[in-house]
Design a protein around this ligand. Structure first.
Ligand code: SAH
Length: 455
């Protein structure tokens, strides 16, 4: 290696890593530099070296990239949420498009396939419809709420987050005021004593309904009616105030028991024309508007005529399959988490959908069982977690010979790997479209239509 720790080098940043760090090349060594922007010319101090790469930090910006924008958040880089606040949204979208292209070409080996332009968000901020804030005390014994400082459980006060809707900022302020006035003690992780653990907020993007849930070490808190009153007065759209009981000494945020202090047990949102009840426990997509775009795209790729059997693997609470059910003959959803399967069934009932069934099972095992029973889906939807699909699942799916496979991915690298396996079985990617589900973060979501090369 031609560089060592503490060296200072000139570096041009040419791209980004998956984590959003800037990357440049110095004598064939990749140098990763946090907070750098593609197009920057920098003086970089080397902090750490490995065989083929090194980490550095910006010593001086010699020429700033034209993509740079002024920082608008004091917590940026501390809270672990955003990685792209130092560059404009168009530059971020370009970086995400490039990351997908690199994966598809280098890992997947597809050089010819076209990738559609990424579907960006109308508002790259304010989209998070859910947040969980740990509660603690600061040095002056004041109640603090926000996020843990990195590598510690010290809470950094955060009164506003640009990724959140304004209603959350207002709810945080009202809650903090109540916590101060009520004198309620806060939870201490070390001793397991104290009551207030987390403030957990959810908002239904389409209806504007807001849920405030307080996670407590105990059955409740003092002055609950006063808390509800303060929230009602200040939080637009408030529909539900809930106490969640968590007496376990654990990092898991939610306990198993919920009690409604005021209003409804759930809030209601609409997505792709369907209603969904969101309770504290239920899974729901974090960015509703972009989820709707993604599901609409998945629906188009499914090419439904009303006659199809759809197999929705890794279905979660059933949202993708349910959004397609009215245009298909039958939907079979498979999901490994029991609670999610229960929610999927409830969601079907809520929307009067009678042609969808849900199985609680491992996707690979369920697919194999269904195949052996003679199920021949016309469309298979796959939406696996980041690690992608099990190779045996890809085998089974291709053996079932569906006309179309719609692959929804949250990780370009495992997507590309899986597309290669599909191609070996004759299924080729026809259309690839990234959708920016999590603006300002490094995540890249992609929707792919595959079909058999002979079909
Ligand atoms: N399609 C859903 C959820 C996708 S997230 C939506 O759009 O909302 C991926 C889902 O896969 C999670 O719900 C997770 O619980 C589930 N999962 C993870 N491993 C699984 C497996 N081996 N078999 C079936 N489901 C699995």
């Amino acid at each position: 290696m031609e560089i060592k720790k503490n060296d200072v080098i000139d570096l041009e940043i040419t791209g980004y890593t998956a984590e959003g760090n800037g990357v440049g090349r110095y004598k064939d060594i990749a140098i990763f530099v946090p907070l750098a922007a593609a197009g920057d010319r920098l003086r970089v101090k080397i902090l750490k070296t490995a065989k083929t790469y090194a980490f550095g930090r910006i010593d001086k910006i010699v020429t700033a990239s034209k993509d740079r924008v002024p920082l608008d958040c004091a917590q940026f880089t501390q809270c672990g949420g955003c990685v792209y606040r130092h560059i404009g949204y168009q530059a971020e979208l370009k970086a995400k498009q490039q990351r997908l292209r690199d994966a598809i070409e280098r890992i997947g080996g597809f050089r010819e396939v076209e990738i559609n332009p990424i579907v960006g968000a109308k508002d790259p901020d304010h989209y998070r419809n859910k947040t969980q804030l740990p509660i603690g005390r600061g040095s002056g014994n004041e109640v603090r709420m926000g996020f843990f400082a990195s590598h510690s459980h010290r809470i950094i006060q955060c009164s506003e987050c640009l990724l959140q809707p304004d209603e959350f900022t207002v709810a945080m302020g009202a809650f903090q005021e109540w916590a101060h006035q009520s004198g309620e003690d806060v939870y201490d992780e070390e001793t397991g004593k104290g009551r207030l653990r987390h403030l957990y907020l959810r908002r239904a993007g389409a209806t504007g309904e807001v849920m405030v849930c307080v996670v407590v070490n105990g059955n409740g808190v003092h002055y609950e009616p006063e808390l509800a009153e303060m929230l009602k007065k200040s939080v637009p759209g408030l529909k539900s105030v809930i106490i969640n009981v968590n007496r376990e000494q654990t990092n898991v945020v939610l306990g198993k028991k919920c009690r409604t202090v005021w209003g409804s047990d759930y809030i209601t949102d609409t997505l792709c024309g369907l209603n969904f009840h969101i309770s504290p426990m239920s899974f729901y997509q974090v960015n509703r508007d972009q989820a709707e775009r993604l599901y609409t795209l998945a629906g188009e790729y499914a090419g439904l005529t009303g006659k199809e059997t759809i197999l929705d693997l890794y279905c979660g609470t059933g949202t993708i399959g349910l959004s397609m059910a009215k245009n298909a003959a039958q939907v079979i959803g498979v999901e490994i988490i029991e609670q999610a399967v229960e929610d999927a069934k409830k969601n079907a009932d809520l929307n009067g959908i009678t042609n969808a069934e849900f199985l609680c099972a491992d996707a690979a095992k369920a697919a194999s069982m269904l195949k052996n029973r003679g199920t021949r889906p016309d469309v298979v939807v796959l939406d696996p977690p980041r690690k992608g699909c099990d190779p045996s699942l890809i085998d089974t799916v291709t053996q079932m010979a569906p006309q179309r496979v719609v692959y929804v991915s949250c990780d370009p690298a495992t997507l590309a790997r899986d597309l290669k396996l599909f191609a070996q079985k004759g299924y080729e990617p026809k259309t690839i479209t990234p959708v920016d589900m999590f603006p300002r973060t490094g995540h890249v979501e992609t929707c792919v239509l595959l079909s058999h090369k002979n079909s």
